[in-house]
Ligand binder design. Structure first.
Ligand SMILES: C[S@@+](CC[C@H](N)C(=O)[O-])C[C@H]1O[C@@H](n2cnc3c(N)ncnc32)[C@H](O)[C@@H]1O
Length: 334
C-alpha cells in the first residue's frame, strides 16, 4: 500500500485548492472530489489573452470585489486595499519558492512580485505573456517604420518587474529605461535586470526626465488602473518627455471589458462615459477604469495622432497572438 506523504506547505495548498474548487462550491464542501477537478482547480485558466486568473476562487473573488466596489462605506479605500493585499498574498502561495530563470538567463521575480503585476504567480504566464507583448511591440513599431533597434532611448512606464522590458535585453542601441511608483518592483529591476535603468517615480507627475528624452514610451496595463484626471495628467507628461514625432503605446480596458460592467454601467459606457471602479485606490490593480474609444480620443486631443488601435474584439487573432485583452493604442506626438 502506498501512503501519500505531504509536507505542511503542500498540505495547505491542497486545502486551499479544495476550498476554492468551483466544483466543490457547486456540490457543497462534503461532495466527493475526483482527480479531474483537483487538476482543474490547480491549473491556471488563461483567459484568451492578457492577465489570467487562477481558475479557482475567481467567482468568489469577483463577488467580493463587486460588493466592495458597490459599498458606500466611508472606509472603502482601506478596505479595498486590505482585501487586495490579502488576495495577492493568497495567490502568491501557489508560486513555489525555487529561483527561476528565463531562456536568456535572466532571473524571474518572486511569486509575490509576479502576482503584484500580473494577478497570478504562474511563472509561465509571466514569461510567455511578456514575450508576446514585446514581440507584438517589435512588429508594430517596425510596421510603422520606426524599428526599436534604431531608437536611442525608450521608457517602460509602470514597468513593474520588467515583464516586457526583459525581452528587449538583446537590443544594443536604445537605452532601456523603466519607472514605477512601487519601489520594491523598481529595486528588483535594478538588481536583476542590469540592461535597464529603473527609477522610482511618484503616483503623480512629473517624471524625472528631461523634455524630449525618448523615442518611444509604453505603458502596459497602467491606464487600466488610473482614474480619468490622473490619466490625463500623465498623458500630458508623456508628451513632454517624448521627442517630437515620437511614439507612445498604452493599453486600456475598452469595449472587450464591457462585460465586466453591470447594466447601468454598460449604458454609461455606451454613451461615451468613462467608468471608474475604486478611484480611492488609484494605481492599484483593484482600481479599474473602462474607456470607451471616444473618451480615449478625447483625452489624446490634438496633441497626438492615433496610428494603430488594436481592439481585441474586432482583431481577435492579433490580440491572441500578442496575448492582449486590453484595447491598445499606438499614438504619435504631433
Ligand atoms: C498591472 S501592473 C503592469 C506592470 C507592467 N507594465 C507589466 O505589464 O507587466 C501596473 C503597474 O503600474 C504601476 N503603476 C500604477 N500607477 C502608476 C503611476 N501613476 N506611476 C508609475 N507606475 C504606476 C504599478 O506599480 C504596477 O507596477
Amino acid at each position: 500500500m502506498v501512503i501519500p506523504t505531504f509536507n505542511a506547505r503542500e498540505l495547505m495548498l491542497r486545502c486551499l485548492q479544495r476550498l476554492d474548487d468551483p466544483a466543490i462550491a457547486r456540490r457543497g464542501r462534503r461532495g466527493r472530489l475526483n482527480q479531474r477537478h483537483v487538476a482543474g482547480a490547480r491549473s491556471v485558466a488563461p483567459r484568451p489573452c492578457g492577465i489570467p486568473q487562477l481558475y479557482f476562487g475567481a467567482t468568489l473573488d469577483r463577488r467580493l470585489k463587486r460588493a466592495i466596489i458597490r459599498s458606500r462605506l466611508p472606509f472603502k479605500g482601506p478596505l479595498a486595499r486590505g482585501y487586495l493585499r490579502t488576495v495577492e498574498r493568497y495567490k502568491s502561495i501557489s508560486g513555489g519558492h525555487k529561483r527561476l530563470y528565463d531562456a536568456n538567463g535572466l532571473p524571474v521575480p518572486s511569486p509575490r512580485l509576479r502576482v503584484l503585476i500580473a494577478g497570478t504567480a504562474d511563472p509561465e504566464h509571466f514569461l510567455t505573456s511578456g514575450r508576446a507583448h514585446a514581440d507584438y511591440l517589435r512588429e508594430l513599431l517596425a510596421g510603422v517604420g520606426c524599428p526599436l533597434d534604431q531608437m536611442d532611448a525608450i521608457l517602460d512606464f509602470g514597468c513593474g518587474c520588467g515583464r516586457i522590458a526583459r525581452w528587449f535585453s538583446d537590443l544594443p542601441r536604445p537605452q532601456i529605461n523603466g519607472c514605477d511608483y512601487n519601489s520594491e518592483l523598481v529595486e528588483w529591476c535594478d538588481t536583476n535586470l542590469g540592461f535597464m535603468q529603473a527609477r522610482k517615480t511618484e503616483l503623480r507627475p512629473p517624471l524625472p526626465y528631461q523634455n524630449d528624452s525618448f523615442d518611444f514610451l509604453y505603458a502596459c496595463s497602467v491606464f487600466t488602473h488610473l482614474p480619468v484626471e490622473l490619466a490625463g495628467r500623465w498623458m500630458a507628461e508623456f508628451r513632454r518627455v517624448i521627442k517630437p514625432g515620437g511614439l507612445i503605446w498604452f493599453t486600456v480596458h475598452g469595449e472587450i471589458k464591457k462585460v465586466q460592467l453591470d447594466p447601468e454601467e454598460q449604458l454609461r459606457f455606451d454613451s461615451g462615459e468613462i467608468v471608474v471602479w475604486l478611484p480611492e485606490i488609484e494605481g492599484t490593480n483593484f482600481c479599474s477604469t473602462f474607456w470607451p474609444n471616444a473618451a480615449v480620443e478625447s483625452m489624446l486631443g490634438s496633441d497626438f495622432e492615433v496610428l494603430v488601435h488594436l481592439d481585441p474584439k474586432a482583431q481577435s487573432a492579433t490580440a491572441q497572438k500578442a496575448q492582449l485583452d486590453h484595447d491598445a493604442y499606438l499614438v504619435r506626438r504631433v
